[in-house]
Design a protein around this ligand. Sequence first.
Ligand SMILES: [Zn+2]
Length: 337
Amino acid sequence: MSFQDIIGHATPIAWLRSAMQSNHLAHAYLLIGDEAIGKRMTAMQCIQAMNCDTHADAATPDACETCRSCQQIMAHIHPDVLFIQPDEGQGQHPQIKIERVREIEHHMIYRPLLGPRKICLIDNADRLTIGAANALLKTLEEPPDHCLFLLITSRPSALLTTLKSRCLTVRFSPPSQEQAIAYLMEHRGFSQFDARFISFLTNARLGEAMTIDLDATKAKQQEFFSLLFDDSQSSISAGFDAAEALSKSGHIPEALLWLWTGLRDILLVTIHAQTEFLFHEDHLPTLRELAQRTSPQRILELLDTLHHLEQGLQRNLNSQLRFEQFFLQLREAIPPA
Ligand SMILES: [Zn+2]
């Protein structure tokens, strides 16, 4: 692949390439932006471009992916490039510990063997422990001339301010929905309908959209979106049963997401928005029928309740009670037909 194959990110790519081309690279960059939108892919492409045997003298730096350097970088065995990421097998919150930073110091201090510089890519840099971050800061304060650090994070606020101040920040934004939809149709063979559904759902984060299971996602949509109008709304006690099942399901965040998308769609239909903005366009007749029985104001109130419900759950408040309240309010906001 070449830089052209990366969807979106035109500005950060242009900036990094021109720095490469004019040999004005800083010693450290911090790549920030949402998860799974292409920060790491872009960083890898840059590292390959800097070392590519085929493009070494090209006016516009790029990577061929077939030369020895490109292959070694892809396989993480290039002698001048060190890849650091949080250690697996540490449960939910893997960290980058100080031992890894010692490894970085040891690697970076020697001159490069093959390419123009020694490169260290630190993925999920927000996972550096305080000790590790402070040790890395020392290296970044006086980096050897041949060093390039690429730090990647989707949570820049979790990074030491002093560490951030040592890096040039490169911001990444998700590609446009149009770009993501076209890409998914081409690379996953989705229909336009499915591509739009997945692109909306992942907020055009292609890293996630490329691996998401379409059938499983549609099954979840069916399961949770339909809570807004199916049996759970047939009686008050049915609503209570649904609340109990949901609170014990272990899928509360997913359920909240789908309920939110469903209410959002009903709201859009009540104000006669274009159908192409709907998540659940495949349920348009249902959405229209629900919209006839309610008002934008009542749906906004429900969305507000859902928001508070989510906040309450983060504080470990009783989820069953909160869902019961939600379903009661739902029954009032959209009275049964
Ligand atoms: Zn190459």
